[in-house]
Design a protein around this ligand. Structure first.
Ligand code: PMP
Length: 358
């Protein structure tokens, strides 16, 4: 039965996040979390949090966190916006900057939350097909960008794991002068040094770079994301955010998030461990006949020789190994596998060997 009030409901097809099983024994390689926890220094900070951090409202502007991030990225405080994970930051960006009748553009295969926010906020959008090798079609972005209501690019892209060169992103930004370009750098710390667009935010009036603590900084559970842009764009974002919900960043996240930024040596150590495992794991997959896309992230996107991705996904799950599988056109032959600790990745390889030989 349908009620009359349902005609007024804002109906949406929600985003489906990866499964979060409660069983700790699972080898969980389905949501690109970091397999290494925060450092001992950060555990000390967590242990030092007293009742005040729960009893009191946090600073609504999260100034300590903003200050640390601004210092780390060598920008002024008014160039940083923080939010509850980069999902929150991205949603705020969509709400603030995409308010035109012209469609925003993003690749057809990318972070599947983008079309969901567009649908929910009634933002027209158009997807630009990836090239056959799964790279972003810069030419089409350049020509479509001129007339678009905004551009969103995940770089490296997900779930493909492929990095787009800085010069190509520059071309896209320059062709989309009349609209905002969001570069979602959720995985950039796992890419080659110097790949980020963050050092160029002062060069453009329409560029915003979004980052997260969930992957490289080992803190998906705390939900911290941020954006860096010119002061004008950050002011527009904050105006929308404070008009919606002012106290979004919880107190412990502000304190822990500020401390983590200073913990740079540990951060670098974790990144290099993940990258080393990624290279080893990629070689092993190739030995097993998988096609593996060149990854600049903490996951690989790989296709087994005989197109049995779904079967492998299901069989692995039965053995307590979780991958991500997307039953979608063009990528239904692929598995997205997060890079875990070495022992877990060795278990994955021996599972795959068994599977492929029986
Ligand atoms: N962007 C991309 C490309 C992602 O894959 C994710 C993780 N699902 C996010 C943003 C959001 O991450 P978080 O909200 O944990 O910062």
């Amino acid at each position: 039965m349908t009620f009359n009030w349902e005609k007024n409901v804002r109906t949406v097809e929600p985003y489906t996040p990866g499964e979060q099983p409660t069983d700790k024994n699972i080898i969980k390689l389905n949501t690109n979390e970091n397999p290494y926890g925060p450092s001992d220094e950060i555990k000390k900070v967590i242990a030092s949090l007293d009742d005040d951090y729960l009893r009191r409202y946090p600073d609504f502007a999260a100034r300590d966190l903003v200050k640390e991030l601004a210092a780390f990225h060598k920008v002024s405080d008014d160039m940083v916006f923080v939010g509850v994970g980069s999902d929150d930051v991205l949603a705020m960006c969509f709400m603030t900057f995409f308010n035109s009748d012209k469609p925003i553009i993003f690749p057809d295969i990318t972070y599947s939350f983008y079309p969901v926010w567009a649908e929910m906020l009634r933002i027209p959008y158009k997807t630009i097909p990836l090239m056959d090798d799964f790279t972003i079609d810069t030419k089409s972005f350049v020509s479509e960008g001129k007339e678009s209501g905004g551009v969103v690019i995940a770089n490296p892209n997900a779930p493909t794991s492929i990095l787009l060169g800085k010069d190509k992103i520059k071309e896209i930004i320059e062709s989309s002068k009349d609209s905002v370009v969001i570069v979602d750098e959720a995985y950039i710390d796992f890419a080659e040094d110097g790949s980020s667009m963050l050092d160029l935010v002062n060069d453009y009036d329409n560029l915003i770079v979004v980052r997260t603590y969930s992957k490289s900084r080992s803190l998906a559970g705390l939900r911290i994301g941020y954006a860096v842009s010119n002061p004008k764009m950050i002011k527009y974002l904050n105006d929308v955010k404070y008009s919606y919900n002012s106290y979004t960043m919880n107190y412990p996240s502000i304190v822990i998030g500020s401390a983590v930024i200073k913990d740079n040596d540990y951060f670098k150590e974790v990144i290099s461990k993940v990258k080393a495992t990624r290279e080893w794991f990629t070689d092993e997959l190739k030995e097993l006949g998988f096609k593996v896309l060149p990854s600049s992230t903490n996951f690989v996107f790989a296709s087994p020789q005989d197109g049995r991705a779904k079967e492998i996904f299901e069989a692995a799950k039965k053995k307590g190994i979780f991958f991500r599988y997307f039953n979608l056109p063009k990528i239904d032959d692929y598995l997205r596998i997060t890079i875990g600790v070495d022992d877990d990745m060795k278990t994955v390889i021996s599972f795959l060997k068994d599977f492929l030989t029986t």
